[in-house]
Write a protein that binds this ligand. Structure first.
Ligand SMILES: [Zn+2]
Length: 257
């Protein structure tokens, strides 16, 4: 079998010898040379689960998307599985919030309960859990605050690791941190390994990256969808975001000892 790669020919000659329309002439030709093949199995469906909710409620800024009760989330996950979608990404809205966001590492928290229920009903569907504290903190920041009101980066890492362990214990196949703390991926990876969840994956999740544009994820999770916490990376900092992403890829690849 031969892989078709026409690009050297295309770059070597120009019109009139090179006629790109030839490659678009039939569906079979287009399929042969296509570079991107997007299937349902490439996708993960975000689901917003609310503790104590009965059924579902609409999200104003995301027409057609609802916040769901746990049982409604199980149902929706089943529909996703039937469509061939690989997994769901769970965002949780807890029943109560506090300064530290302690519901994030509560084994009976909304994401943990939803994870267990979805894995019970659909064992082959991947469950990925969003990991941040802002859904769980009373002040809405993505980490615990120091006395001066600033987010304490390093103290937050320990809480994120605690929440990741709880999510893994509930059966999450992968943890997707979105908090943007420095060092979070390495801290979570190390905690998963220490607690014998070495096979658990850490995915990079950019929910908090592009906050200069309206972020419907925030509207979905928070009472005040317009806030811009300082821990989010502003969109004009794209050049800075790339080295950060590379560093986190290195952290996530930390070998299991
Ligand atoms: Zn957050």
């Amino acid at each position: 079998m031969y892989a078709v790669n026409v690009s050297p020919i295309l770059t070597a000659m120009a019109f009139p010898q090179t006629r790109l329309r030839r490659l678009r002439r039939t569906g079979a030709l287009r399929d042969l040379v296509r570079e991107t093949d997007l299937r349902a199995s490439d996708l993960i469906l975000p689901i917003f689960v609310v503790a104590g909710l009965d059924g579902r409620e609409s999200i104003g800024s995301m027409p057609g998307i609802d916040r769901l009760s746990i049982s409604a989330a199980v149902e929706e996950a089943g529909e996703a599985a039937a469509l061939g979608i690989s997994g769901v990404l769970l965002f949780g809205v807890p029943s109560a919030k506090d300064e530290e966001g302690s519901q994030a590492w509560d084994d009976e928290g909304v994401v943990q309960l939803a994870t267990r229920a979805i894995k019970d009903a659909h064992p082959d569907l991947l469950v990925v859990s969003d990991l941040c504290l802002c859904e769980y903190t009373s002040h809405g920041h993505c980490g615990v605050l120091r006395d001066d009101g600033q987010v304490d980066n390093d103290a937050t890492l320990e809480l994120l690791a605690r929440a990741a362990i709880s999510q893994a214990r509930a059966g999450a196949d992968a943890i997707a941190p979105s908090d943007m703390m420095d060092g979070r991926v390495g801290a979570i990876r190390a905690a998963l390994d220490e607690e014998d969840f070495g096979a658990g994956n850490v995915l990079l999740n950019r929910r908090h990256l592009p906050y200069a544009i309206p972020n419907p994820m925030l509207h979905s999770n928070f009472n005040d969808g317009n806030r811009n916490p300082p821990e989010q990376v502003p969109i004009p900092e794209v050049d800075g975001a790339l080295p950060r992403a590379r560093r986190e890829v290195a952290e996530v690849s930390r070998p299991c000892e």
